[in-house]
Design a protein around this ligand. Sequence first.
Ligand SMILES: NC(=O)c1ccc[n+]([C@@H]2O[C@H](COP(=O)([O-])OP(=O)(O)OC[C@H]3O[C@@H](n4cnc5c(N)ncnc54)[C@H](OP(=O)(O)O)[C@@H]3O)[C@@H](O)[C@H]2O)c1
Length: 160
Amino acid sequence: MTSASNIFYWQRGTGPEQVFGIIGKFPIGIKVKSLVISLLGIKGLLNNQIETHVFFQEHVLYDELKKQQVQNEAWSPFSAGRNNIFTNETLAAIGKKHKKSIAQVCLRWHYQRGVVAIPRSQNKAHMIENLNIFDFELDKKDLQTIASLDLNKTQFPEWT
Ligand SMILES: NC(=O)c1ccc[n+]([C@@H]2O[C@H](COP(=O)([O-])OP(=O)(O)OC[C@H]3O[C@@H](n4cnc5c(N)ncnc54)[C@H](OP(=O)(O)O)[C@@H]3O)[C@@H](O)[C@H]2O)c1
């Protein structure tokens, strides 16, 4: 494995097959694939930061990245507050059950999916809250409920 500091940004609108398709078929290790992709001008193959939050769960890309052993990292893990995420009643109910906030439910969901989430906050209390997600677990029903929140579309159409 090469350095995990390489970040590969997924180009929205392209399918996974367009990046991995040809290279993925070669019987070579991920290190070599990473090198090939780097030589093609893409920065690396170990970490891919994509828009991911409860409203845009990106299942196809999620599965593909897993298959390709690429670390999935969320950009806008809270959808930057869009779609009223911090007052969402479904998330609030799950939070109430676990005595956790909506933000903590979201971050725990990312964590249990194996997705790296680095939330933005200018508020110290929020930062502390956001770190406090390792003493509870979302159960199967919670995960199914959160899956139902997926709108399968970006919350940032202006970037498309
Ligand atoms: N690759 C890209 O193109 C791209 C684009 C966007 C973002 N990103 C990445 O995504 C991450 C951040 O995403 P983002 O800036 O779009 O926003 P975000 O992390 O999804 O949401 C930030 C918002 O959540 C609020 N917040 C944070 N913790 C909270 C809490 N515990 N309770 C209530 N509100 C809370 C913040 O307000 P307060 O300040 O009041 O806490 C802020 O308004 C960064 O890692 C960034 O690098 C990448």
